[in-house]
Design a protein around this ligand. Structure first.
Ligand code: B12
Length: 212
């Protein structure tokens, strides 16, 4: 692995914010593509954190410290990532579903969508169905993007779609979903209009939903 990527990876595993920040800047200066820094450095390390957590070697505090180091690195990479986007217009309302506090993936999707020329309204985390409905009414977005990282919270995506139907708003907004436990099959099953496994494909999916 390239030495700066290795330093990013190790810095996230160790939860060392400063090390991650300087390695991200050095990797950019060394001319590595922002996509490679993102996928092979930052995202790969978060995958390893998940594995360590599952194996009982890391607990929530360690996971949180690593997540902060990742988020900080991501913020530094942001100006370079968004430069690469394809232009497409539309308004996307984004949020992590009720009961779920994971927001790194959602934030990344938001950044990439902005880079792709979309206007993004980010509602944050733990968004209950009623809150999504209220926001759809208030902002009239073209697309509603929901993120879920827990198998126990992804069911809130169905409840939100049902709440939009009951409010008579379902026909006015396309629904796009994502997050580690979410699949294309699940999206079809619950009647979502689109699914993407990562942030770059989220931009493509959103563009397709806009008819581009
Ligand atoms: C960091 C992390 C945390 C941090 C979150 C910090 C934060 N601000 O987000 C903290 C420590 C708070 C945390 C807490 C918990 N976590 Co956690 N966490 C993770 C971890 C390690 C990484 C997640 C991450 O950021 N990945 C990196 C990003 C870039 O990837 P991503 O989120 O998948 O997003 C990408 C795609 O999915 C997609 N995408 C995401 N959203 C969307 C939305 C749309 C619209 C689209 C199109 C695409 C899209 O694009 C993104 C970018 O490419 C995962 C492990 C893993 N491998 O996922 C566990 C994990 C998700 N957590 C888990 C658990 C169990 C928990 C806790 C319940 C632990 C506990 N006992 O308290 C709590 C729950 C808290 C809550 N109520 O939400 C489990 C979930 C198990 C399950 N099957 O449900 C996992 C899988 C760990 C594990 N292997 O067991 N966690």
């Amino acid at each position: 692995m390239e030495k700066n990527l290795e330093a990013i990876y190790k810095g996230i595993i160790d939860g060392n914010q400063e090390a991650v920040a300087s390695a991200v800047l050095l990797a950019v200066q060394a001319g590595l593509s922002p996509q490679i820094i993102l996928n092979e450095g930052l995202v790969a390390a978060m995958g390893e954190i998940g594995r360590l957590f599952e194996a009982g070697e890391y607990y929530v505090p360690e996971m949180l410290i690593s997540a902060r180091a990742m988020q900080n690195g991501l913020n530094l990479l942001k100006p370079h990532l968004v430069e690469t986007g394809v232009k497409a217009a539309g308004v996307v309302l984004l949020g992590t579903v009720g009961g779920d506090l994971h927001d790194i993936g959602k934030n990344l999707v938001g950044m990439m969508l902005r880079g792709g020329g979309f206007e993004v309204i980010d509602l944050g985390t733990d968004i209950k169905p009623e809150k999504y409905v209220e926001a759809v009414r208030q902002y009239s977005p073209d697309i509603l993007g929901m993120s879920a990282l827990l198998t126990t919270t992804m069911t809130n995506m169905v409840l939100t779609i049902q709440a939009l139907e009951s409010a008579g708003l379902r026909g006015r907004v396309k629904v796009m979903i994502g997050g580690a436990p979410v699949t294309e099959d699940y999206a079809q099953k619950i009647g979502a209009d689109g699914y993407a496994p990562d942030a770059s494909l989220a931009v493509k999916t959103a563009s397709v939903l806009m008819g581009r």
